[in-house]
Design a binder for this molecule. Structure first.
Ligand code: SF4
Length: 339
């Protein structure tokens, strides 16, 4: 693996979390990087580290503060888990992040990859950190014929055995970088430092690996969204605890069928809220992807005929509206509001 080390030191991309190597920075960056591209994470990581430079500072934050800082990154349970973890470690572990893979794995929100990454990059110890990038490189390198997601233990062992005893974290990070920039879905084998050893490359079947189960089906949703105003106030739906988008605000909406009829929607949302509405104008349609759903959002601007208190909703000023953390699709609607 000397060739990976050499290649990485010459070709590594610069990211703020690579400059600030400590277990807390690794923990934050790795949780942010789950499901999100590095380039998107950079400004979030920088803002986060400025506001919560260590576990102690984070443990004193409110859920609202962390969700607001996370707004736009998606998969908000990551932010809530991070906050809960900081409180737990500050109160039960003297503010220290565990140094062993097994201990880390017992913590909520930390999977095998993040645990490996903290031990490897945060503590500089010999440990395998298997993300999708490493799995791609390794399964191709050894032409791994079994289903990768069912063989994590075996793959971790293969990676571990490849790591040197001295500065193993450099090779570990090199493998991740290799998967992210060279051994991609369509690999650039001619540029790869491992091409003379790679079995899949020799056999001409690189794209066969890794062997993975079929992807889950995406469920389509259609939602009518009411951007309802009364004089200078806006009606927003309060976050519902325990739901996928909990901690995030949204505009009131109702589920619909693909071939919806607008008049029915207006009646339905009026009945749901117990509010009479006057249509002002339709707004631009937005798309919102989350977990295994893809929602088409059809927003409409309505004026309420009268103001009344509505359970589960709250009337807010425009300033407050823009301070609240919204789910991605509803945030895009909010950002286009010019009324
Ligand atoms: S030679 Fe190609 S398939 Fe093999 S590890 Fe390198 S980029 Fe991936």
């Amino acid at each position: 693996m000397e060739q990976v080390r050499k290649w990485f030191l010459e070709n590594r991309r610069v990211f703020p979390w690579r400059e600030e190597k400590n277990p807390y920075a690794v923990l934050v960056s790795e949780i942010m990087l789950q499901q999100t591209r590095a380039i998107v994470v950079v400004p979030y990581f920088e803002k986060w580290m400025k506001k919560f430079p260590n576990l102690e500072a984070l443990s004193r934050a409110s859920e609202e503060e962390v969700i607001k800082l996370w707004e736009g990154l998606g998969y908000y349970s990551r932010a809530r888990n991070l906050l809960a973890l900081s409180k737990l470690l500050v109160h039960q572990n003297f503010g220290n992040i565990p140094q062993s893979y097994e201990e880390l794995l017992r913590l909520k929100g930390i999977g095998h990859y993040t645990a490996g990454a903290i031990v490897s990059f945060g503590y500089g110890k010999k440990e395998a950190a298997l993300d999708g990038n490493v799995i791609r490189v390794i399964t191709r390198l050894v032409a791994f014929e079994k289903q990768a997601n069912k063989e994590i233990k075996t793959l971790r062992k293969i990676v571990y055995d490849f790591l040197p005893d001295v500065e193993p974290e450099i090779v570990m990070e090199g493998l991740i970088e290799l998967g992210a920039t060279i051994c991609m879905k369509k690999p650039l084998c001619q540029k790869c430092p491992l091409k003379t050893d790679c079995l899949a490359f020799k056999n001409g079947n690189t794209e066969k690996f890794p062997l993975l189960p079929k992807k889950k089906k995406i469920t389509k949703l259609f939602r009518f969204v009411g951007c309802i105003t009364f004089q200078n106030e806006y009606l927003v739906k309060l976050p519902e605890k325990g739901k996928i988008m909990s901690s995030l605000y949204e505009f009131p909406y109702i589920e619909a069928e693909e071939d919806f009829i607008f008049t029915k929607f207006q009646k339905k949302i009026e009945n749901q809220l117990g509010l009479r509405l006057k249509l002002i104008s339709p707004l631009k349609k937005e798309k919102h992807h989350f977990t295994r759903y893809q929602a088409d959002l059809f927003p409409f601007h309505f004026e309420a005929i009268q103001k009344k208190e509505i359970t589960g909703c709250v009337w807010v000023s425009k300033n407050t509206l823009f301070e609240l953390a919204f789910s991605a699709g509803h945030r895009r609607i909010k950002n286009k509001i010019d009324f």
